[in-house]
Design a binder for this molecule. Sequence first.
Ligand code: FES
Ligand code: FES
Length: 156
Amino acid sequence: MTQVTFTLNSETVSLETTLSRRLLDVLREDLGLTGTKEGCGEGECGACQVYLDGALVNSCMVPMANVMGREVVTIEGFSQTADYAKIESAYMEEGAVQCGYCIPGMVMATGALLKTNPHPTLSEIKDGLSGNICRCTGYQTIFKAVQRAATEEVDE
Ligand code: FES
Ligand code: FES
């Protein structure tokens, strides 16, 4: 076991864990942050996405060894921002929220996309969410929601 210290949703967290453990498991099991979901567990579906030093990552593929000293933001932390509020409202208005399982990852991916490309084309939206699987084929409403969110200014 190793003491791992990192920043989580703007607060310092320090815990004992094995360095090979997945960030996803530490978030859900040790820290109770169950907004981050497990889908495939193999880096393919995006349900577990969080920001690591501002970059979108699949937390099921991140060992705790790579988290030491870094900054993690989960859907719980992102939900406190103005960027999130605009995305949430757009998803609701477009009826894009169906299962509630893939959506946290979709929202994190949307936030990452709009941060780097505030006015994406449909093709860029599809590309930006290409790492996220919707198992109930709700993609069209999700893409519309991202388009709607992009019509409003997104705070830096
Ligand atoms: S659970 Fe991590 S990418 Fe699917
Ligand atoms: S909305 Fe989650 S699988 Fe389609």
